[in-house]
Write a protein that binds this ligand. Sequence first.
Ligand code: DAH
Length: 343
Amino acid sequence: MKERILQIVSEAKQSIASADSLDKLNDIRNLYLSKKSELMSFMSHMKELSKEEKAAFGQLINTSKNDINAALESKKEELAKKALEEKLEKEKIDITLTPRNYLRGSKHLFTTIVDEISDIFTSMGYQIVEGPEKETDHFNFELLNVPKDHPARDMQDTFFIDDNNLLRSQTSPVQARVMLSKHGVGPIKIISPGKVYRRDDDATHSHQFGQIEGLVIDKNVSLGDLLGTLELFAKKMFGEKRKIRMRSSYFPFTEPSVEVDISCFECGGKGCSLCKGTGWIEILGAGMVHPHVLEMCGFDNKVYQGFAFGIGIERTAMLKFGVDDIRRFYTNDLRFLKQFDKE
Ligand code: DAH
C-alpha cells in the first residue's frame, strides 16, 4: 500500500509538471485529491489497521496530500505568472514610435509679420511697448487732437462701451500714454503693435485688425529722420531696391502729415495691376508730432520734436504675400495658414 501511495504522489507530480493550463491543473487536482480519488480511497482501510499503524498511515496520507497540494499551488503560480507576462507582452505600447497623423502648429502669418517688423525696429534701437485695447475717449481721440465733434472721428467710428470707454480705433493712443509717462523728458523711441477696432467690414477692411505705432521724441528730430527710418524699413521689409516717396496728407495728431508709398515690388515701378499702373504702393501714414499733442502730453514743443507712424499689419502682409482678402487672417483655414508655415 505504501509503495502505491508513493507511486501516486510521483505520478501526480509528473502530470502537474507537464500541465500547461489552469484547467488541466484543476483536472489533476480532482483526479488525485477528490474524495473518490485513489489516494483518498485508502482512508477507508484505516479501520483495518492497528493503533500504531493508523498513526503512521494517516501521516503518510497527509504528507502525500500536502506534497501534491504544494506542487499544484506552485504550478498554479507559475502558470498565472506566465499568463500575465504573455498579456503584458501582447499589450505593450512602443512609446518610441512617432504617432501617425501628427499635425504640428505653426506661427500665424499675423504673428510672423509683427515679429519681422518688430525685429527691424528693435535693431534700430526701438523699444516695444503695449497699450490697452479698451481705451478712453480721452486717450483715443482727445489727446490726439481730435476733440468731441471733430469730423476726423467719422473715419474711425468704433465700438463704444459707454460715453467715455471704447475699443481703441488706432494704436496712436499709446503715443499719448508713453509721452505722459515720461513727464516731459525725452528721448522716446518706441513701437507698439496691437489690435484695433472699427466699424468696417469688406475685403480690405475688418472690424478688428492690427497696427504698429511708432513714436520718436527727441531734440532736433526732423522729417529727414522720418524719411531715413521709413526708407530702411521699406528696404528690409520689401527688398533692397525699394524707393519711398512721401505725399502730403492729413492726420489730426501730426503736422505735417504724410502718406508713404514704396516703389512697386511687383513691376519695379513700371506700372502693373498691383500698383494700379502708378508704380507706387501706399504702405503707411506718418508725420511730425503735432505741437499741440506734444504740449497736451507734457512735452515742451519749443525744445522737443518728434515723428510718428502707423503701419497696418494685415495690409503689410497682404502686400508682401499677395493675400487678396483680409478676412483670411481670421477664418483659420488651414489651407491658407499652411502656406506661411516656414518652420
Ligand atoms: N492712427 C492712424 C490711423 O489709424 C495711422 C497713423 C498715421 C499713425 C500717422 C501715426 C501717424 O502715428 O503719424 O489711420
